[in-house]
Design a binder for this molecule. Sequence first.
Ligand SMILES: C[S@@+](CC[C@H](N)C(=O)[O-])C[C@H]1O[C@@H](n2cnc3c(N)ncnc32)[C@H](O)[C@@H]1O
Length: 275
Amino acid sequence: MTNSHAARGIDTSRPHSARMYDYYLGGKDHFEVDKQAAETVATAYPGIFVCARENRAFMHRATRVLAREHGIRQWLDIGTGIPTEPNLHQVAQSVVPDARVVYADNDPLVLKYAERLMRSTPQGRTTYIEADANDPETLLTAPELAEVLDLNRPVALSLNALMHFITDARDPYGIVGRLLDVLPSGSALALSHCTPDFDPQTWEKVTAIYTGAGTPVQFRAQKDVARFFDGLELLDPGIVVGHRWRPEAGQGHTATDEPLTDAQVSLWVGVGIKP
Ligand SMILES: C[S@@+](CC[C@H](N)C(=O)[O-])C[C@H]1O[C@@H](n2cnc3c(N)ncnc32)[C@H](O)[C@@H]1O
């Protein structure tokens, strides 16, 4: 680890989920240790690149649907990841230029690049908060959040590829419930979550690789992902594999034009509205 990384709290001696994800997406903001761990995952599960790409594509579609059809103008995106264009605010502001977005992540490397998340339209506003999803109170009471979001108006809570990093021991359902509690009626939850449902053996290996690298994970079955939406009204088509949620023209295929399989994508996604 270089001194400047250490000074910023960035540990380059161990792989980190945000930087491995950057590698899956073809980004450049990762270190050798992340690349090696990501390649080990890819050996066990070659679909990981498709999974990451489809996860991102779901975020784009869900954001546009919420902006266009459900009047959402504000987002709280937790587990943002290293900025990858288009970022959520760019997608939202392409539909509603005055969209406001609060980003949060607990990886110091995301903080390093947070300036890329601040390039808002003049009409809208964005901010970045370094925060741990395991401590929702600190995030919800952060002054930066209150400066950007009006919690009396609907907010979309965006938890993409985050909750499988929060094991049952950390009360993931309690965390999501607490976050939704403070949001008014008409707010939304958009969530994606990796699953072992289509290929349990492969996902056992993926779980072992992340856990062995110091990142506990819990990939969940569809019924357990559905619990995050308890009390919400699910938008059609419900909780489905990522590429099946309102696909747009030209999506849902591999680079060689084969239809994607559920096992390749291995990601449950859904969007629910708070009544
Ligand atoms: C797989 S990436 C997903 C990035 C982005 N949400 C997306 O779907 O494209 C997961 C992100 O969650 C972040 N993360 C993991 N555990 C977290 C926690 N307890 N609190 C905040 N962020 C967390 C990681 O640092 C990483 O940036």
